[in-house]
Design a protein around this ligand. Structure first.
Ligand code: ASP
Length: 449
């Protein structure tokens, strides 16, 4: 039995107990105690996972590209992967936009609540706005591309926020490996393959602390939202209920209808098996709010439970964790529309088009760590001329929505990995990893084009 199958229930228990503790702590006025003595265990746990994110992405992508063997295969699989990532993200943004413009959640915020929220989160919002502005200032139209290419390999790997640069470096090294004679490349290839295995074992080790880590993360999140006054949560939920409802409905639609439809149309994967196989990764993404920290778990689930080959998963998943964020893009579309509506503005058709384009790009640029989606939202708001300070309206409820959108982000990566594997004849739907240890069936043949 795989390590996370037993852990799954323990993590769920940590989640529930952490939630109960968080509510009790807020009621009993233990906010200070929780922040000082409980929440740090969550941070330590998350840090440990972030610590191995760069080596994991680097090693598994280099190994992934090198194992594709030649540049034509890389081009074919890379093209399919990026194409599917872009299409699914565009669908997600469209769902968010359509729901938000038809249901108009921004209309439900009374002006006095709006003023209260703006006052409460103004300084926090200004800080994030400044961060985002610094990032976009003096940006030409091609700045996104410029940012992807690092000028220093060590600096690129020294910052989790520069994961796109790490991806670029890994792709480049992988291409180099494919182009040198097999004998010359062997030591480098073997080193990174071995590093990738070592890091995955480390993840298993760190994940043993997941129930405690998740308990601490959830408890810390609840007490930091509620402070010492649990009625604050109820007030926030009341004022932003419609907004939260639209985000949740959009995410549910995307994860519950769009992904299953894609799987059904393009793969022989039974939906139930997919849902059960990916559940540990979703649960972990939900608790950690970081698809980067979840990557190792996603990789294990996709390989062992869904039967996607190592070759495909080690290329598609690290790339997806970095550039594919359907949940984030959907949320950004709803949030941008909501803020505009709450400030009394109606988005024109052209502005809606801009939202689709910028949300797809912003989600690609969003680092796979907690809370970055809302920072990148500033870029979208600026592009459509809505005051970016409006993020103050939604900051208070961002964390729970971040948890949900991150779970959708990893589900999207797993869906695309399954589709790419099926199209390449690299999806093994035998009983692999399901407990029996047997491989009942070989790989399914590639789908006809
Ligand atoms: N937390 C998200 C992730 O890691 C990014 C975001 O939307 O803030 O996938």
């Amino acid at each position: 039995m795989r390590w996370y199958r037993q852990l799954h229930w323990q993590i769920l228990l940590g989640l529930v107990l952490g939630g109960l503790y968080g509510v009790a702590a807020a009621r009993l006025g233990w906010g200070g105690f929780t922040a000082a003595w409980v929440a740090p265990f969550g941070t330590i746990f998350l840090n440990a996972l972030k610590l191995i994110a760069v080596p994991l992405v680097l090693a598994s992508l280099i190994t992934g590209v090198a194992s594709l063997g030649d540049l034509r295969t890389l081009g074919r699989i890379g093209g399919k992967t990026v194409g599917l990532y872009l299409v699914t993200t565009a669908i997600a943004v469209t769902i968010g936009l359509v729901l938000a413009t038809t249901l108009k959640p921004g209309r439900t915020v009374p002006p006095e609540v709006r003023a209260e929220l703006e006052a409460a989160y103004a300084s926090d919002a200004t800080e994030r706005e400044a961060g985002a502005r610094e990032a976009v200032e003096s940006r030409g139209p091609l700045q996104l591309l410029v940012d992807i290419v690092p000028d220093n390999a060590v600096a690129a790997t020294a910052d989790n926020g520069r994961m796109l640069q790490v991806v670029f470096l890994a792709l480049l090294l992988g291409v180099g490996l494919v182009r040198v004679p097999a004998d010359t490349g062997r030591p480098v290839r073997e080193f990174f393959a071995s590093l990738s295995d070592v890091v995955i074992r480390l993840v298993e080790l760190i994940m043993r602390a997941a129930p405690v880590g998740v308990f601490a993360l959830i408890a810390g999140t609840i007490t930091s939202i509620a402070g010492d006054d649990p009625s604050r949560i109820a007030r926030l939920l009341g004022a932003l209920g419609a907004y939260i409802g639209v985000v949740v409905a959009g995410l549910a639609l995307h994860a519950g209808v769009v992904y299953p439809a894609i799987l059904r149309l393009l793969t022989p994967m039974p939906i139930r098996r997919f849902a059960r196989g990916i559940a540990p990764a979703q649960l972990f993404a939900f608790s950690s709010s970081s698809s980067g920290a979840t990557l190792p778990v996603t990789m294990e689930c996709v390989r062992d439970q869904l039967g996607v080959s190592e070759e495909v998963s080690s290329f598609v998943l690290p790339l997806g964790a970095t550039i594919n964020m359907d949940g984030t893009a959907l949320y950004q579309a709803v949030a941008a529309t909501f803020i505009a509506q709450a400030l009394g503005m109606e988005l024109t058709f052209a502005q809606q088009g801009t939202v689709v384009l910028t949300a797809v790009l912003a989600s690609i640029g969003t680092a796979a760590v907690p809370g970055v989606g809302i920072v990148m939202l500033v870029i979208i708001l600026e592009a459509i001329g809505v005051p970016a300070a409006g993020i103050a309206l939604i900051l208070g409820v961002d964390r729970p929505l971040d948890m949900l959108r991150t779970a959708v982000n990893v589900t999207g990566d797993a869906t695309v990995a399954t589709v790419v594997a099926a199209s390449e004849g690299q999806l093994d739907l035998g009983e692999r990893g399901a407990g029996s240890g047997e491989r009942a069936a070989g790989p399914v043949p590639p789908l006809p084009a």
